[in-house]
Ligand binder design. Structure first.
Ligand code: 5GP
Length: 209
């Protein structure tokens, strides 16, 4: 019997959470969907939301769709690691239990959330890795925002204003991944998630917009 086999089994070391955030329309959803489809080694948190499902979205896969009462209960029961009202309408939140479980199991764990949520996680888990997903340029972000063509002119103007503020948040993050093309962005993000066992000093200040 070798020495090593006589040692008690060590539990997997707790892993470090990665939080991905960025401006509206930068393609966070596309990046997380691509990871879900191609990177089974990455655990992605499934958020709860009060918005209704869109065609093709599955309960428990893309989101857990809940009503306002259930969301209130989850807040009251301290079941959410963070939560926010996004685009002035629905509420979105990260269930705490599954994140804790994934980290304890040593999994590479990822949250794809909005900036308000990222700042809350920074408060409770400052050791996490905060990655900003940026557009290749401001012009490209505007093109992606307007290109959807689903919003009214007033709504578009409101989103552009929000995007200016959101872009300024980049300096609060540990690292930036530029989303020029989804495959390359995912490769870079997963490499970042794998490379840094300990966080560096730079962090979200909480003094942003
Ligand atoms: P959508 O409704 O298009 O799926 O998502 C809208 C926005 O909600 C995106 O910016 C996404 O990052 C954000 N979001 C999704 N889940 C969460 C969450 O659990 N917490 C927070 N704070 N934002 C979330």
């Amino acid at each position: 019997m070798s020495l090593s086999s006589a040692e008690p089994a060590q539990p997997a070391p707790r892993s470090r959470l990665t939080v991905l955030a960025g401006p509206t329309a930068v393609g966070k959803g596309t990046v997380s969907a691509y990871i879900r489809d191609t990177r089974p080694e990455v655990w992605i948190s499934v958020s709860v939301t009060t918005r209704p499902p869109r065609p093709g979205e599955e309960h428990g896969v893309h989101y857990r769709f809940v009503d306002d009462d259930r969301f209130d209960e989850m807040i009251a029961g301290d079941e959410l690691l963070e939560w926010a009202v996004v685009h002035g309408s629905a509420r979105y939140g990260t269930p705490r239990g599954p994140v804790e479980q994934a980290l304890r199991a040593g999994r590479r764990a990822l949250l794809e959330i909005d900036l308000q949520g990222a700042r809350q996680v920074k408060e409770s888990m400052p050791e996490a890795l905060f990655v900003f997903l940026a557009p290749p340029s401001w012009e490209e972000l505007v093109r992606r925002l307007v290109g959807r063509g689903t919003e009214s002119a007033v709504e578009r103007a409101r989103r552009l204003e929000t995007a200016v503020v959101e872009m300024a948040a980049e300096r609060e993050f540990d690292a930036t991944v530029v989303n020029t093309e989804v495959h390359a962005a995912v490769t870079e993000l997963v490499a970042l998630m794998s490379s840094v066992p300990h966080r560096h000093d730079r962090g979200i200040s909480g003094s942003g917009p």
